[in-house]
Design a binder for this molecule. Structure first.
Ligand code: NAI
Length: 256
């Protein structure tokens, strides 16, 4: 018996990185998985990888910043699997690094649209469905940038602080109806996004590891699989008394 056997789980942005690792882990722990991404090729590859490991998955193309896409995601999930028990709102973008006075407004708007509005739209649609099927558990992807500031990353930092705030509010509003909502706050994790941030901040002079490893007291960056472990645990009944939490998973980053 897996930790989430018999449950149905949506993972947004699961065509790559942390989302893909979470989708694979949900499936390995017995869940039927809905893979969602704007990247059709990546999303289909994740669903195929789940089928190859003996799990059950479908891919649905959706942009989490679009209401119609998010509504269709939930409708098609219920058509395919009958209910929704777990959701990981992971889709996110990092955008441009620049000081506030040089931030292009369209960079701010797009980061907010995907990271904050996207998380809000998903929460709304997922909670509506979970209320119909008697409860559920949701994990939002925030960041250490949802707990402290990072010069050059104001729009991203603002969006992730927003995700942590939404998480607390959703937990307060729906706890008595059997819906738990938590956020994970990773430090540097070995994905395309971290490569982009490292490349932008060093102009390509240092590798991601050279730049990021010394920032973490544990002496290394994290793996997508380490974050997936916490996500799936939080969605499982093992975490039945955990809600409204913004949990660092960061090799000691915010302990400094
Ligand atoms: P990634 O860039 O490797 O993967 C993100 C996935 O989300 C991609 O497959 C992308 O196509 C998809 N996506 C982007 N916009 C979308 C949209 N509008 N609708 C649907 N899907 C969309 O990034 P990574 O690193 O796996 O990040 C996942 C989450 O974890 C993000 O929310 C990120 O902010 C957060 N995070 C990442 C950290 C890191 O060091 N990698 C650290 C802390 C948080």
């Amino acid at each position: 018996m897996g930790m989430v056997s018999g449950k149905t789980a949506i993972v947004t942005g699961s065509g790559a990185g942390i989302g893909r690792a979470a989708a694979l882990r949900f499936a390995a722990e017995g869940a039927k998985v809905v893979v969602c991404d704007v990247d059709v090729e990546g999303g289909k590859e994740t669903a195929a990888a789940i089928e190859r490991q003996g799990g059950k998955a479908i891919f649905i193309e959706a942009d989490v910043s679009r209401v119609q896409d998010v509504d269709a995601l939930i409708t098609r999930t219920v058509e395919a699997f009958g209910r929704l028990d777990c959701a990981c709102n992971n889709a996110g973008i990092e955008g441009r690094i620049a000081p506030i006075v040089e931030q292009p407004i369209d960079n701010f708007d797009r980061i907010m649209a995907v990271n904050l509005r996207g998380t809000f739209l998903c929460l709304q649609a997922e909670i509506r469905q979970m209320l119909k099927n008697g409860g559920g558990a949701i994990v939002n992807l925030a960041s250490v940038a949802g707990l402290i500031g990072f010069p050059g990353l104001a729009p991203y930092v603002a969006s992730k602080h927003g995700v942590n705030g939404l998480t607390k509010n959703a937990a307060l509003e729906y706890g008595k109806q059997g819906i738990r909502v938590n956020a994970v706050c990773p430090g540097g994790v070995d994905t395309r996004m971290l490569d982009s941030l490292a490349r932008q901040s060093t102009g390509g002079e240092k590798t991601t590891r050279e730049m990021m490893e010394p920032l973490h007291p544990i002496g290394r960056i994290g793996t997508p699989e380490e974050i997936a472990e916490l996500i799936v645990w939080l969605c499982s009944d093992h975490a039945s008394f955990v809600t409204g939490a913004n949990i660092p998973i960061d090799g000691g980053f915010v302990a400094q």
